[in-house]
Design a binder for this molecule. Sequence first.
Ligand code: NOJ
Length: 524
Amino acid sequence: MTGSWWKSAVLYQIYPRSFQDANGDGIGDLAGITARLPYLAELGVDALWLSPIFVSPMADFGYDISDYTAIDSLFGSLGDFDALLRETHARGLKVLLDLVPNHTSIEHPWFKDSRASRESAKRDWYIWRDPAPGGGPPNNWLSEFGGSAWAFDERTGQYYYHAFLPEQPDLNWRNGDVRAAMHEVMRFWLKRGVDGFRVDVIWHLIKDAEFRDNPPNPEFREGDLPHRRLLSFYSADRPEVHEVIRELRAVVDEFSDRLLIGEIYLSPERLVTYYGKGLAGAHLPFNFSLIETPWSARAVAKLIDRYEALLPPGAWPNWVLGNHDRPRIASRVGDRQARVAAMLLLTLRGTPTLYYGDEIGLPQVQIPRDRLRDPVARSVPALGRDGCRTPMQWDASRFCGFSAPPPWLPLSEDAAARNVAVQSGDPGSPYNLYRRLLSLRRRHPALAIGGYRPIPAEGDMLAYIREQSGERLLVALNFGSAPASLSFPYHGTVALSLLGDRSGESLRGRVDLAGNDGLLVRLD
Ligand code: NOJ
């Protein structure tokens, strides 16, 4: 399928600091990822998305970039990157980079120039405003990482806007030179051969031209994240952002077969607008709704129907269960339901993105206070993200084969048992479940690209059919711990069961599932 490899692909997110340390500093790097390519090929994923690897003071672990076209020495060199790209391509896998166009590091030469004086050539590259008439920040906008989104700069007597840390000043995307500069960054990597980008906070790129105050959020409750006090009505998801994204897409389309993914945390109704008019926006606006929805069969069934119904004609769906910002799925729903979640993710219609470590059921690791590294954990403890960024666990050795010295974040308490080496020898392990599901998805076009049809079900049961060219596969999942059954007007043969081995069992008009079980049934 030229031009749309990403429709049938399974994406795999790597957090480079935590995948594999090759140079012995306790932090993952590019050579480490290259060394683990055989693992990724055997697992059966199709494309790797690397969280940022560019030069950065690491205030937000690489989401604060000071040089967009060079690799941070922590991760290696451009030569290491080229080797990774070459070897990944040699195995038939793709590489996606993280593009962070909304903000730079405070150390980026563009910002240094911009803040030097009000007359600086790059002053307008960032968002500078005078203090409010009575003093204080220009408006009420809040940083997602706590406090006002405006930082006062003594030297020029103005505030600059930062949607995240003060060390991450927002670029001014209304400025044509900013757009052109970022397009050049994209071309630099696309020419090198990367297969596309995941674009950080794409819905933030344009802010209200008049900088109007954000309205209060009527649904805010004490205990919610502080920035949710206001609706980000004027600071994000502005109508003009779609033109900016259309331009990003046009740059990607200058090269053949490349992919543009947008990171977007919005309701499904708003999310689907990011496919753009005429589908000229993001190929895949990341769909995080499974992360945000309560884990119940009825809630998930409703969500799938809602999302499927909202998709514009021709738009391709996608699903995500976890990432480097959100609590690990295994801890959110428990080990047993994490298997149900894996089967859901890999059998729904649309491109799935796996988060490294979820294939061995890595839990959210409790990090002792003195080992917290995420700056956000200090400002908004509830948002701390270290627990989902811990090192990949490869084997039962001292630091799980991740690094020779102690790793930058602790391993999980059950690391001796929860690792790739132990799980690959256990047919019932999460790792082998992921491998089987990935291999089924590869072998059955009905799963990879087929249609989706919900089957009426009640209680804890979720069921649907995937179909393509005469092949029909039924997926039945039990979101509860008690047995559940479903009557349906079909006959078929079990191809995979989550618990025990029921494959080959023939089913006639009815599915009976143990608690936490799931079945994939090839229908006659
Ligand atoms: C979203 C990224 O996923 C997150 O890790 C980062 O902190 C913010 N954007 C700011 O770049």
